[in-house]
Design a protein around this ligand. Sequence first.
Ligand code: HEC
Ligand code: HEC
Length: 393
Amino acid sequence: MEKLRIALPLFGLLLLAAACNKKADFNYYYYEPADYALISQHLNLPEIPDDYRAQLPTHIANLGLAARPVEQDKAILGRVLFYDKSLSKDGTISCASCHKQELAFSDNAKVSTGVFNRAGDRNSIALGSVLNFSAYYGTDLFGPSGVPFFWDNRAGTATEQNLASMTNPKEMDMSHSDIVSAVQSKAYYAPLFKMAFGSEQINSERVSDAIAEFVNAIGSYKSKFDKEAEKAIGYNVYSNNEYKSFSGFTAQENAGKNLFLANCASCHSPTQSRPAKMKANNGLDIATTDAGVGGITGVSADQGTFKVPLLRNIEITAPYMHDGRFATLEEVVEHYNSGIQAHPNLSEELRAPGGGPLRLNLSENDKKALVAFLKTLTDTELIADTRFSNPFK
Ligand code: HEC
Ligand code: HEC
């Protein structure tokens, strides 16, 4: 007995030694020691590089979606750039200023504040589900045939998107050469560019490429909803009209799920993986105040239509809608219940049989159930995931 008590820890030590030894392979020397010393003066990047590969849950994979192959070295660099405030004209704003990890990469202001305290035009969009729709259906892989970015769908790829943010006068207000000089002025970027691109050369395409790789790796698929959907595999939410209950949901959450599948999923996706519709008018106003997609395409049927956002992490991404008009999920549900306006481009799904705005006439319990269901979409692992956190010391 005594022998075993000594032998076991010894065996443990041996295992530990073996594990340490294993570190002495390629990964351990990911960075040249001198580079890592330089990097570590400014950044908290782990010596063994973070792994950005993702494994989507089977309930999403079964739809033919797979995680986009991420170029790890670019994502590592992209993370630093995403949090770097020197990529803005006045040095106060980074991507993360308006896309905060603790808010699933959204912002709690109605409209975000950019450089020189300039107010933006629309509400920031949560990035917590980019990965969930990026593979196969985009983003950069399939270009404009993928799920487009922005409330008005104006950017086809994550690369196009982030250059637009960096150069937007109301956001970061940088020219391409401003971007290059800002990055060049920091010595620790040279080794990171070398890892990502094979050479230290810095240009705005590379900056944008690396940020896009990081953004494309941000995925949320570990919510309570996902865990339950995994357990219910084999059941096809698209074709089955009898909505199956999730065993780990409360009765209220299951009731909310059924209401969601019946009234909301035709646009927002039953599986929260890729929006079922790319654009719609959801009856916020009777007249067009912001042309949305129509402002880009010029097509009259697009006037006042907007991107259909995925609702992952919706509990923590208030305020809601393109202009941030609703502060709470209760207000959103009341909008769909009783507040839909007869905009000329109001979507079919939200019209009553006569063509007028639909009234759901939900009971108080129904409304509470819908909100309870929406709260099952929160992914607390994503907001705590250090691979996506601020690396600056
Ligand atoms: C000043 C605030 C601000 C900054 C800085 C900012 N964004 Fe945004 N971001 C927004 C707003 C607002 C929107 C929605 C704008 C619109 O649709 O017109 C948005 C939209 C996006 C989207 C589209 C998401 C989708 O699903 O359609 C992505 C991706 C994104 N931003 C990434 C970035 C990256 C990467 C950076 C840094 C290069 C960045 N943002 C900097 C405020 C900001
Ligand atoms: C016709 C398609 C359609 C249907 C049906 C629909 N929505 Fe929406 N939803 C949209 C569009 C489009 C937006 C963005 C509108 C905007 O900002 O102008 C949106 C926005 C939202 C938002 C805000 C998202 C954010 O990030 O700000 C929530 C929450 C939401 N919908 C929940 C629901 C719920 C709950 C239902 C069912 C009761 C529902 N939706 C039904 C199209 C739809």
